[in-house]
Design a protein around this ligand. Structure first.
Ligand SMILES: Nc1ncnc2c1ncn2[C@@H]1O[C@H](COP(=O)(O)OP(=O)(O)O)[C@@H](O)[C@H]1O
Ligand SMILES: [Mg+2]
Length: 304
């Protein structure tokens, strides 16, 4: 037996408090996002392809170029952005306008479950009601993500990057909260393994009519720290093939560089450490493509 109703089951004709709450939450979120120029989802569908590393390094590149950028770590079970931006042990301050996010590398404000978890190695475990665990868990995840977006005092931002966890259902969840999501960057690697999963995410984004969808090909080549040269990392090129079959452009190709992992995972996005390097060049290109995109807000267009 289910112990609670979903939103769709609520009788909307009555003046239920629940409906009021939902409407209030929606307007609060919409109001908060009004101060944000562009919400950018960094997604994939697949885990381990470098979404979080791409989010951290893209945020650092945008901040270096003078853009106001914030980061939401929507990966509630495998959060990594507070660590990648060097504020894992920061505490959150609650103020009247919302929770003040700590500022990490390059002054980037970030919100992540890592900041709420306390003891570092404690996994997040929702206290579930014993039945309907799946529905209950997705409700909790949506609630947490909504709070990350709307209860944090982001202030005025040019970009708010959202690191979306693996799983196409997680992309759907973000789209429910941000129905007018303007840009999705889809991270993939040249491996065949990621191609079909990523293709499914691309289909979902197309169905949701997200206006700008672009690929970031990560780990395309191996940057050898010894000889300084680039070598192929995977046989074939699944990222190029994906771009061809899906007609989605690749905005940037990021080489595999062990220094990127070492430094970024320790709170120092690599683009800040070696701003003239090949990795930084790829992120500059990604930032340039993003800035050059004219995103038309459908709600601001006049009716013909
Ligand atoms: N281009 C790259 N070169 C070297 N290491 C990378 C690169 N991209 C990601 N990594 C590293 O690979 C690991 C997994 O990446 P991560 O961003 O956590 O993946 P995801 O968020 O997609 O699960 C991390 O240690 C990250 O620093
Ligand atoms: Mg991640």
């Amino acid at each position: 037996m289910r112990r609670f109703r979903t939103y769709n089951e609520v009788d909307h004709s009555t003046e239920s408090e629940l409906l009021e709450q939902v409407l209030e939450q929606r307007s609060k979120l919409a109001h908060r996002l009004e101060a944000v120029g562009t919400v950018v989802a960094v997604a994939s569908g697949k885990g381990g392809v470098g979404k979080s590393a791409v989010t951290a390094n893209l945020a650092a590149t945008l901040a270096q170029k003078g853009h106001r950028v914030g980061v939401v770590d929507a990966d509630l079970n495998g959060p990594s952005l507070a660590q990648m931006l060097g504020v894992r042990n920061a505490s959150l301050v609650d103020q009247e306008d919302g929770v003040v996010p700590p500022r990490g590398a390059a002054g980037i404000p970030v919100i992540s479950m890592e900041l709420l978890q306390g003891a570092q190695d404690t996994p997040l475990r929702w206290r579930d009601p014993g039945a309907d665990t799946f529905i209950w868990q997705s409700t909790m995840e949506t609630t947490a993500l909504r709070e990350f977006l709307s209860d944090v005092a982001w202030g005025e931002l040019d970009y708010l990057l959202v690191d979306v966890p693996p799983g196409t259902d997680k992309i759907a969840r973000l789209l429910e909260l941000v129905p007018g999501l303007p840009v999705a960057l889809v991270v993939t690697t040249p491996s065949d393994m990621s191609r079909s999963v990523v293709a499914r995410s691309l289909r979902m984004l197309a169905e949701a009519e997200v206006p700008v969808v672009a690929l970031v090909a990560n780990m395309t080549e191996y940057h050898c720290p010894g000889c300084g040269e680039l070598h192929p990392l995977f046989p074939g090129d699944g990222a190029q093939e994906l771009a061809r079959t899906s007609q989605i452009p690749i905005w940037a190709s990021v080489p595999f560089d062990p220094r990127l992992a070492r430094e970024t995972d320790s709170g120092r996005p690599w683009v800040l450490e070696e701003p003239e390097g090949q990795v930084a060049g790829a992120f500059l290109e990604l930032a340039r493509q993003l800035a050059a995109t004219h995103i038309v807000d459908p709600s601001s267009q006049e009716a013909p």
